[in-house]
Structure formats: C-alpha cells, structure tokens
Design a protein around this ligand. Structure first.
Ligand code: FPP
Length: 277
C-alpha cells in the first residue's frame, strides 16, 4: 500500500494552523512502542500488531513530509530486540523487507531520502541489500530524511564513536586535546543530522530505552498513551502542539530569555539571540 496521496481539506487546514501557531520541529524521533500489547488487547498474535504498525509508519512519514519536518528517525529494531523469540525476530525482518519493497516507489516519488543507523551487518543479507538499494535510489532526494534505527542502541553508537576517536588519536589524525563535544557528535552515526527537537514515545512508557542517548540531551519529550498501531496524524498534531508550548531554555533561566522567542526555539538560534544579553 502506498501513501494515500489524498489529503482532505480539513486536514490541510489543520496542518496550516499548526504551521502558523509555532515552529514545526526540524527533527522528530519516535520510539514506536506497543504493537504487541495492542494485538494482545484484541486477542491477536503480537506479529499482527507489527503488521498494523506499518500503517502508522506510513501515515506519520507522509504527514511529516507534508508539514515540512526535515528529519524523522524511527526506532524500528533495537540491539536488545535480538533477544526476542526467534519467530518474532524473523517476522520483523521479513516485514521490513516487504514494507520497503511496497513503499519505496512512493517514498521516492514523495522526495523522501532514506537512511539507516545501527549495526546493519547484523541484519539478514536480504534486508541489508534491500536497505542499501533503497538508500541508494533515494540518495538525491531533498525532502524528508527518514532514518530507520535498526539493530541500534545509544550505547552501541557511543561505544563505536569512542573506538573511532581512539583509532584516529592513535594514527595521529586528531590529538586528545582537540576532542570536544562537536568532535564526538561527528563520530556518531547521526553526524549528518541535527539533534532531535522532539522525541515521541507511544504506549505510555516513561523510558528512553537506549535510543539516541547523546543526541537527546535537550530534546523535548512527549509521551502518548496510545499504542503505536493507533498513533496516526491527529496524535502527531497533539505532540507538535505540546512542543510549540514548551519553553526551551537549554540550561538557562526564564529571565535571561525575556524578549526572545523561546517557544520551540533551536539551541543555536537562542545562543545567537542571547549574545547581546
Ligand atoms: C515495539 O512494539 C515495536 C517494535 C519492536 C518494532 C516496530 C516495527 C514496526 C512498527 C513495523 C516495521 C517497521 C518498519 C519501519 C517497516 P513492541 O513489540 O515492543 O510492543 P509491546 O511493548 O507491546 O510488546
């Protein structure tokens, strides 16, 4: 099933209002949780919940593209998820391949650029090939960058970055004194994207679950009570509305920020606005 392509007038109006009422987050990251519990609540097998979860992925990707979100990062399979029952893991891998095959044309037609973070070499060969082909095919697109976190964990990312920094120190490419926060950010798998502005987690759980540990330092968090298969665009609008009402202080105090528009502001803009304070 492709993007439905048809957007009704009322939805267009809602999106327009959202764009007028404040900043649209440049980067949204999502922990898609609750497929299994949702299926169970309906008396079905967990895998059925994953299949239905793909529909939410499609709707959220399409909506982010329409709203002008630049980066959407989805936690699709964590390092820890390898410990799940074998049948569920292989079903998830097959679902990934079939969803990519089904969606890649419409992703491409909608100017979406696909990217992956995580230990790709751990995935089955078929999934690796499908991903690499899809990434290659969409590499020149300039719209939404959709990043799938697969066999990913924040600690894996930081460990890998540290190893690479250490190797570059050993070879003399960089000196230990030069290692700064920016250096570390450049060695992470997310070096090509800004940190997330908004993290959404579904199914009411209050955890980061080893997602983008470094990158989420100043991200606004929104927890939705609904399970992932029920998370559709209306819920995303709720999350963005909540984001637009947050005051992003980045460690400063409210009084310092008087006169600057701190609602959903990005850190660099804020630092620039405060340079004359
Ligand atoms: C969490 O629900 C969801 C996952 C581990 C997998 C997410 C995968 C999809 C939505 C489908 C495939 C994705 C793509 C990008 C094609 P859970 O199983 O942890 O639910 P539970 O907490 O209720 O057990």
């Amino acid at each position: 099933m492709a993007f439905n392509g048809k957007q009704n007038k009322a939805d267009k109006e809602l999106q327009h209002q959202l764009q007028e009422s404040g900043a649209i987050p440049e980067h949204i990251a999502i922990i898609m949780d609750g497929n299994g519990r949702w299926a169970k609540s309906k008396g079905k097998a967990r895998v059925w919940g994953h299949r239905k979860g793909v529909r939410s992925v499609r709707d959220i990707v399409e909506t982010c593209g329409q709203l002008g979100v630049k980066y959407l990062t989805l936690y699709a399979f964590s390092t820890e998820n390898w410990k799940r029952p074998k049948d569920e893991v292989s079903m998830l891998m097959r679902l990934l391949v079939s969803s990519l095959r089904q969606e890649i044309n419409s992703l491409h037609d909608n100017n979406v650029r696909l990217a992956v973070i995580g230990e790709l070499s751990k995935l089955p060969k078929e999934a690796q090939n499908e991903l690499l082909d899809s990434i290659d095919r969409t590499s020149k697109n300039t719209g939404l960058t959709l990043t799938l976190a697969l066999s990913y964990s924040g600690r894996w990312d930081i460990t890998r970055a540290m190893k690479r920094v250490a190797m570059d120190v050993r070879s003399g490419k960089i000196s230990p004194e030069d290692v700064s926060e920016d250096t570390i950010a450049q060695y992470l798998s997310t070096s090509e994207m800004p940190d997330p502005d908004l993290l959404i987690r579904t199914s009411g759980e209050l955890r980061i679950s080893n997602f983008l540990l470094w990158q989420l330092a100043y991200t606004e968090i929104f927890i939705s009570d609904c399970f992932w298969p029920e998370f559709r665009r209306e819920k995303l609008y709720d999350a963005i509305r909540a984001f637009q009402n947050r005051e992003r202080r980045f460690g400063m105090v409210s009084e310092q920020l008087n006169g600057t528009n701190t609602r959903s502001r990005k850190k660099d803009d804020l630092v620039n606005a405060l340079s004359s304070y």
